[in-house]
Every structure is written in C-alpha cells, then in structure tokens.
Design a protein around this ligand. Structure first.
Ligand SMILES: NC(=O)c1ccc[n+]([C@@H]2O[C@H](COP(=O)([O-])OP(=O)(O)OC[C@H]3O[C@@H](n4cnc5c(N)ncnc54)[C@H](OP(=O)(O)O)[C@@H]3O)[C@@H](O)[C@H]2O)c1
Length: 194
C-alpha cells in the first residue's frame, strides 16, 4: 500500500510559516551545503520552475507521484501566477471556496481528506506527498505513515504550526537523520506501531 508522507520545512520550535502565512523567512536557510541533498533526494518535491532552474526538470519521479495541498498552501503560488505548481505530480487541492479549478492539471476537492487518502493508498503508484499546511496536516495526522521534517536552525516564537490539531499525542520512530554543516537537520520518522 502506498504511504502518506508529510514532507515539510520547520523552525526548531515547530513553525512552518510566519503568523501571516509567509514562509519566506525560512528560505535563507536553504544553504549551499544542503540544497544538493534536497535536489538529489527529493526532486519530486521541487516546484516546476525550481526543477527547471536546478536542472532536474526531466528527472522521473522516484518517491512521490501525488501531492496534497490545503488551499492555504496552494493560494500564495496561485496569486503569483503559479496555478500548476507541481506539473510532474497529480495535484489535489482541498478547498470549499475554490469552486472551479484554476488549472486543468489541479484537482480541487471537498472530499473528506481521510476518506480520500485511504482511497489513494489503495491505488498503485509511488508515494503520496502531504505538502501542507497545518490545517490539512492536522486532519490527516492519523493517516500519516512517514514524517520528514526539514528543521532549520531558527526559532520563530509564533507562526503557523506543523499541525493544527486537538491534543492527541502520537508516537513516531526515528528512522533516519542527516545533519548539515550550516545547522539544517533532516529527520525521518515512521509512524510507530499502535
Ligand atoms: N514550510 C513548509 O514546508 C510549508 C509547507 C506547506 C505549507 N506551508 C505554509 O502553511 C500555510 C498554510 O497552512 P494553513 O494551515 O493555513 O492552511 P492549509 O492547510 O494549507 O489550507 C487550509 C484550507 O484548506 C481547505 N481545507 C482544509 N480542510 C478541508 C476539507 N476537509 N475540505 C475542504 N477544504 C479543506 C480550506 O480552504 P477553503 O477556505 O478554500 O475552504 C482551508 O481554509 C501557508 O502559509 C504555507 O506557506 C509551509
């Protein structure tokens, strides 16, 4: 069965964006010692313009073939004219306010996220990437099989958290860790057996 992976960048204190939703303060931490790792290991997660700029536009998907986004995650790119941000993936955006998809390559859905993910997991193919954000990740927490946390060496104090969810502790098992010279850490966790 295919896995759901929440692959996400965060501060040390667990914020994925500023309180106004802007993740831009994290971008300077994508340093030259770390970028090759991201490009080499996770090219599927790079947006279409980034793939072209980094010379991996034609690299076949190896890890993911589907991406899930909440409207809060999709909308900033859309506002900048990027209606089809991950053209190499099947793109599913959860939204009740977007009644028409802005691009034929993007599926907009109001289906219950857990129900949809359970269906997707039954299909053949590569993994399912949960891009975010906190609202969608909070609803999908019970379905997350793998968590890849790209932790940047910064404390934000407040912002959009990794998950918007009720208090519901769930254990994960650390399966891999990578530490980079400039302080970035990539932690991979698998859902612990219940
Ligand atoms: N650091 C990173 O790696 C990273 C990655 C991803 C995102 N982010 C950040 O995360 C922020 C967005 O997170 P967020 O928590 O505010 O929003 P979000 O989870 O991306 O999206 C929330 C929106 O998704 C729709 N939605 C959620 N559940 C739904 C359901 N069950 N059915 C239908 N639609 C549903 C609703 O849209 P409607 O209002 O249209 O109904 C809701 O307002 C952004 O600022 C982004 O920059 C950071």
């Amino acid at each position: 069965m295919r896995k759901l992976t929440y692959f996400v960048g965060t501060t040390i204190d667990g914020f994925i964006a500023a309180p106004d939703g802007d993740p831009g303060f994290l971008f300077p931490y994508v340093t030259e010692d770390y970028l090759p790792h991201l490009v080499g290991e996770y090219p599927d997660t790079l947006p279409t313009p980034g793939r072209a700029a980094l010379g991996v536009a034609d690299v076949p998907n190896s890890r993911f073939d589907t991406v899930l986004m909440g409207r809060g995650t999709y909308a900033p790119g859309l506002a900048d004219g990027l209606a089809n941000p991950y053209a190499h993936l099947r793109q599913i955006v959860f939204s009740r306010s977007l009644t028409v998809s802005p691009d034929p390559a993007v599926e907009v859905t109001t289906e219950d996220p857990v129900t949809l993910v359970r269906k997707l997991k039954q299909e053949d193919g590569l993994g399912i990437w949960l891009c975010g954000g906190a609202d969608l990740a909070g609803q999908l927490l019970p379905e997350i099989d793998e968590l890849i946390v790209k932790q940047y060496p910064v404390v934000a104090g407040s912002g959009i958290p990794l998950f918007h969810a009720d208090f519901s502790p769930r254990s994960f098992q650390l399966t891999d860790s990578r530490i980079f010279e400039r302080g970035n850490v990539v932690l991979t966790y698998a859902k612990a057996a219940e």
